[in-house]
Design a protein around this ligand. Structure first.
Ligand SMILES: Nc1ncnc2c1ncn2[C@@H]1O[C@H](COP(=O)(O)OP(=O)(O)OP(=O)(O)O)[C@@H](O)[C@H]1O
Ligand SMILES: [Mg+2]
Length: 727
């Protein structure tokens, strides 16, 4: 068979990797250098040139979407072979570690000690079981948050440890308790025949260890293992792989240490270095040519990542021209930033491009809200990739449910949502009683709850809990009489206990939910009621419901792609916006103290920049409502790490609607009230250097002044934070 088409569109190093004799091979290379492409071509090569059976190939990807894409690309490559046309290679295993583990356990449930019809537990189900255990062990939830146990259990499993493996050294009550919960949790899962995500990996690993016959079967079946995004494998995944490969199955692993961004979820960047030690006679191939981005974009990415230490070290180059400069835009605030992005996308589409070639990347989930609203206003279809739209998110729906109760106590759906969220000791049995009574007497749940208490139909403890809930809602209502919508939202979010609830959830997920709640407060403050016949609260709730009800753009509809930087891994887009490039936001404020985490943020920035093929916009907002407050963050340090000559600052010729301010020309040397600064004056800023004050708004310490810096261009700064020295 003619296999030249498989090697045609590859460079020498890629070809070497694709056509290498079967052996352990590590492809270590930067973004966009064709690592994923090498895997795809290698699979086609194995089948068509080496005559390997698709049945003998196992390929591991990072997401299910990547697995689907990989299949499609292999199909395409093989289908196009002259006279080949064999189409989809059947029998090949392509999937994520979790997907593959699941498949194994389904096939070998008996050997794995599982019931045939075992079910997968999602994270909510898992939490529910853990809560029940806490109750059985009489652990007070405020003292022993179930979410903490959940985090503990999953972290142990990711490291391959069962409760029996963990020593209880008896000195740390917290540790002892969590071990007890872990043990009880294992027993509960066993009894119910359920398996959580981390358990899939752990069991699949144990299957190898405990069932040599099964292991042998797969070691005979697979003659080739390929792994993409190797830098983000965790301990148990690595161990699973190592046992399977044994001494006989060659593993081709591709990865980039500079793109390891899941350390916070247990991924071990060290696995890359460990690989050449554990897998004998590893050949290392480096790819250095980048085919994705213009040289401008690439140089920017290289310059940023250079600031990290302990890199395996590699440089990328491209034959591609310089392309356009990176555009940097300083939004007046986050609304202005969003509007800027939307306008650029409109131009892009007007120039004949599809919407789906553009993508907006942000650090935190909560940032999508303002962007979504700007897109909705402009009627531009968009998709949030790997996540939910703002008003669909669970924590937002919960907060809104409280607000709906302010508006209407008989809103049963709202009650169902929050009667025991956050947990306040109202069990499902109690809720059932309330429901039943409501049904029998055709009452709303709220009214039914009231009557049940009056008639003493509940055990004391339950009655007290329900009464407390009723009091909470009533007091919320009284306390928010005559306040603004923003104050109301703020009050509800804090008094409901939702923030504390999510604070107990360890890690980024809980943090993201808190940020979303704070963002809801901001959204309510920015909401402009238009209809005088209904209350602003009602109008806000309606508009949130409408936003949530808007269908996600269909997968096939041409739509702008929104996602967090984490979800953007492995993808590429001709037009990329990196938004919210501000200190505290990106790098995230949680990462500032630890150098390890700061380096992970920088890798994330590297991932972001290298998603762009033709044109990259970087934007930040000079002021941003975030976490409920107005913030004046300085531009992200990552912006400063990009060489100046690669960047052009964008200034719009259209006037931005800033609050009324004096025009600089007519007020030369005009004093800015209560600041000691005048228009036209020269000032010195510790970072930006010397500049001239050209504009201002407000007065006193909170006044904002516009300064044209000699080297750094124009900036708006707040007087009290800017520490300006008059010259
Ligand atoms: N030799 C080549 N000739 C032409 N195009 C190539 C070549 N190698 C890779 N490409 C293209 O370059 C882009 C980047 O390739 P690919 O996605 O495989 O890179 P990667 O190293 O996996 O990137 P990432 O690190 O972001 O996952 C793709 O569009 C791919 O088709
Ligand atoms: Mg890739």
């Amino acid at each position: 068979m003619d296999v030249s088409h498989i090697l045609n569109d590859l460079n020498d190093a890629q070809r070497q990797a694709v056509a290498a004799p079967s052996a352990n091979l590590l492809v270590l290379a930067g973004a966009g250098s064709g690592k994923t492409r090498v895997l795809v071509h290698r699979i086609a090569w194995l089948i068509q040139a080496e005559g390997a059976s698709p049945y003998s190939i196992l390929s591991v990807t990072f997401t299910n979407k990547a697995a689907k894409e990989m299949r499609a690309r292999i199909d395409e490559l093989m289908g196009s072979s002259v006279g080949g046309g064999m189409g989809a290679p059947r029998g090949m295993w392509v999937g994520t570690f979790h997907g593959i583990a699941h498949r194994l356990l389904k096939a070998h449930w008996k050997e794995a000690g599982l019931p045939q019809n075992f079910q997968i537990l999602d994270s909510d189900d898992q939490l529910r079981i853990i809560k029940r255990i806490h109750k059985e062990l009489d652990l007070d939830e405020s003292h022993w948050p179930p979410k903490q146990s959940q985090w503990f259990i999953n972290a142990q499993k990711d490291e391959g440890r069962r409760s029996a493996h963990i020593e209880d050294y008896g000195k740390d009550l917290n540790h002892t308790m969590m071990l007890r919960v872990y043990l009880a949790y294992e027993q509960a899962c066993e009894r119910q025949g359920v398996v959580d995500f981390a358990e899939l990996l752990l069991r699949a690993h144990e299957l190898w260890l405990k069932q040599p016959a099964v292991l042998k079967h797969y070691q005979e079946r697979f003659s080739h293992i390929l792994v993409d995004e190797f830098q983000d494998t965790n301990t148990i995944q690595y161990a699973w792989l190592r046992v399977l490969a044994g001494k006989q199955i060659p593993v081709v692993a591709v990865g980039d240490d500079d793109q390891s961004i899941y350390g916070w979820r247990g991924a071990k960047i060290e696995n890359i270095q460990q690989y050449s030690k554990d897998f004998p006679n590893t050949q290392i191939v480096r790819l250095e040519q980048n085919y994705r981005s213009t040289s401008t974009i690439l140089q920017a990415a290289n310059a940023v990542i250079e600031n990290n230490s302990d890199r395996l070290g590699k440089e990328l180059w491209t034959e591609d021209g310089e392309g356009e400069l990176i555009s940097l835009y300083a939004g007046f605030n986050e609304q202005d930033e969003a509007r800027f992005v939307v306008e650029r996308i409109e131009e892009w589409v007007k120039d004949g491009n599809t919407r789906s070639t553009s993508s907006i990347l942000y650090r935190s989930n909560a940032q999508s809200r303002v962007l979504e609203e700007a897109l909705i206003r402009s009627g531009i279809p968009y998709r949030i990739y790997g996540g939910q739209r703002f008003y669909d998110r669970m924590e937002i729906k919960n907060a809104l449910a409280y607000m709906r109760l302010m508006n209407n106590r008989d809103d049963d759906t709202a009650i169902e949502r929050v009667i025991n969220t956050p947990t306040r000791g109202i069990g499902s049995k109690t809720v059932d009683t309330v429901r039943e009574y409501a049904r029998e007497h055709s009452l709303s749940l709220w009214k039914s709850a009231g009557q049940i208490i009056e008639q003493k139909l509940l055990p004391n403890r339950a009655a007290t809990a329900v009464q407390k809930f009723i009091d909470l809602i009533n007091s919320m209502d009284v306390d928010t009489d005559e306040v603004t919508l923003r104050e109301l939202t703020d009050h509800v979010v804090s008094v409901s206990g939702l923030i504390e609830f999510h604070q107990k959830e360890k890690g980024e997920k809980g943090q993201a939910r808190i940020e979303n709640l704070q963002e809801l407060v901001v959204a309510s403050g920015q909401f402009v009621p238009e209809d005088e016949t209904i209350s602003p609260l009602q109008e806000f709730l309606d508009s949130a419901a409408l936003d949530a009800g808007e269908q996600q753009a269909d997968e096939y509809e041409d739509s702008v792609q929104l996602m967090t930087l984490h979800s953007a891994k492995g993808l590429e887009f001709p037009l990329v916006f990196l938004v919210g490039m501000e200190e505290n936001l990106f790098p995230h404020k949680m990462s500032m103290e630890e150098s390890g985490r700061l380096e992970e943020e920088r890798r994330l920035c590297y991932v972001g920049i290298t998603r762009a093929m033709q044109k990259l916009y970087i934007t930040y907002a000079e002021s941003r409502r975030m976490y409920g407050n107005e913030n004046f963050n300085s531009p992200s340090r990552f912006i400063r790490e990009i060489p100046k000559e690669l960047v052009q600052e964008v200034r719009l010729n259209t006037t931005i609607s800033r609050p009324a301010s004096y025009s600089p020309s007519s007020f030369q040397d005009h004093a800015i009230p209560d600041t000691g600064i005048s228009l036209g004056q020269q000032v010195l800023h510790s970072i930006f250097g010397v500049g001239t004050v050209v504009n201002f708004e407000g007065q006193g310490p909170s006044a904002r002044v516009q300064i044209n810096f000699d080297d750094e261009g124009s900036k708006w700064l707040v007087v009290q934070y800017a520490n300006l020295e008059a010259l």
